[in-house]
Design a binder for this molecule. Structure first.
Ligand code: NAD
Ligand code: UD1
Length: 364
């Protein structure tokens, strides 16, 4: 298959590209580089040893999307492009609606116009909000608590409506739990801008000496050691989940919904100590107040993904820490300074026409 990845130079997109290429698929990346580096394209080429097309463009721009579908015979789309910072979404709900909802609407509209009706959508465990019980099954009612989570929920509903109106659509909705770690090659990883919001990148930067200490957000939760429990999923396992989902919807038309997690939870302190063991240094921390909006425990029931997709996570917390530490220590500044909205670093060959087109668009 030829698979288009929106958000393809991002953290999860770049790892998914590598897994698709390894499985023999062709890959086209579309990204406006709002939160990623064009250097990820070269890293994908290097790790996979294969060519990949990159188009710098915006999912909200119909002309850009038409250009992609006209130039590349796309069989399926994995739609990862989104804004994803929960805190920022509270401050900028309009921006989140615009990119996540309007962008998704534009994408499926242009897909339909070009006869492409196979789609995997990146949703999130955040749509469950504060669940009544864990582990969380797909039957657990959605109760999104942030503008970010509400945009994802809205797109899930939009996709169900789309299928009701036109049953040719084959749609997989994947609700990811906490994606963490990096590629075992040390060449691909998460490249957060500024102060990381999430636990693992923060710990890695403390270990590397970039930050003084970790603030542990509360130790009074009803958990093993009082700190929050999450289901941390290695990004390579998550990437492989997309291949399993694609395979599933090619066999089973309709709208599928799957949690992707490990089914196991770890506390903040367990993660911290696992990382200390891997990097062989002490990671200073202090206990601070709870972060508003945090839940005590978020852990996936992964039986449906195991039974229907034949997919399970294979990497444990130690492997997550090892791969993240390799990435952090070999790339202390991530992909480097290439976060400028006008940079085209790493873009080459058949990408140039599309990047010229994209350069004329307003930046997001
Ligand atoms: P990311 O920010 O690294 O990747 C998203 C990519 O989308 C970025 O490369 C960004 O430049 C691009 N993008 C943003 N707006 C765009 C637009 N208008 N047009 C084209 N490209 C655009 O984030 P990620 O962690 O790789 O997340 C990928 C997807 O998975 C997102 O949809 C996110 O909501 C979802 N998700 C992530 C996690 C997680 O733990 N990281 C958990 C649940 C769901
Ligand atoms: C957050 C998002 C979720 C998103 C996920 C992506 C919220 C409410 N949810 O999940 O939508 O899919 O990131 O990775 O923001 N912690 C600390 N100190 C820190 C950072 C985190 O103690 O500096 C704790 C948190 O309180 C939590 C755990 O570590 O218990 C994990 O936090 P984080 O990595 O931010 O992920 P989530 O909050 O689960």
């Amino acid at each position: 298959m030829r698979v288009l990845l929106t958000g393809g130079t991002g953290y999860i997109g770049s790892h998914t590209a590598v897994e698709l290429l390894a499985a023999g698929h062709d890959v086209v990346l579309l990204d406006n580089l709002a939160n990623s580096s064009a250097r990820a394209v070269s890293a994908i080429r290097k790790v996979s040893g294969r060519e990949v097309s990159f188009i710098r463009g915006d999912i909200r721009d119909g002309n850009s999307l038409d250009g992609v579908f006209q130039t590349h015979a796309v069989d399926a789309v994995i739609h990862l492009a989104a804004l994803k910072a929960v805190g920022e979404s509270v401050a900028k709900p309009d921006a989140y609606n615009d990119t996540n909802v309007t962008g998704s609407r534009r994408l499926v509209e242009r897909m339909a116009a070009h006869g492409v009706t196979t789609l995997v959508f990146s949703s999130t465990a955040a749509v469950y909000g504060d669940p009544a019980s864990t582990p969380i099954t797909e039957a657990c009612p959605a109760s999104p608590q942030s503008p970010y989570a509400r945009t994802k929920r809205e797109v899930e509903e939009l996709l169900r409506d789309l299928h009701r109106a036109d049953p040719r659509w084959r749609i997989s909705i994947l609700r990811y739990f906490n994606a963490v770690g990096a590629h075992p090659s040390g060449q691909l990883g998460e490249d957060p801008r500024g102060v990381p919001d999430n636990l693992l990148p923060y710990i890695a930067q403390v270990a590397a000496g970039r930050r003084e200490r970790l603030d542990v957000f509360g130790d009074g939760y009803p958990t093993r050691d009082g700190t929050g429990v999450r289901d941390y999923l290695h990004v390579v396992d998550l990437a492989r989940g997309h291949l399993a989902a694609l395979d599933y919807i090619r066999r089973s038309p309709g709208v599928a919904l799957h949690n992707l997690g490990t089914g196991r939870g770890h506390t903040v302190l367990e993660v911290l100590h696992a990382f200390e063991a891997v990097c062989e240094r002490t990671i200073p921390y202090r206990i601070t107040a709870r972060r508003p909006g945090d839940v005590a425990v978020s852990c996936a029931d992964v039986s449906r993904a195991r039974e229907e997709l034949g997919w399970t996570a294979t990497h444990d917390l130690q492997k997550i820490c090892e791969d993240l530490w390799l990435w952090q220590s070999s790339h202390p500044d991530g992909y480097g300074d290439d976060h400028s909205p006008t940079s085209t670093l790493g873009v080459s060959g058949n990408d140039s026409a599309s990047s010229q087109r994209a350069k004329r668009m307003p930046s997001s």
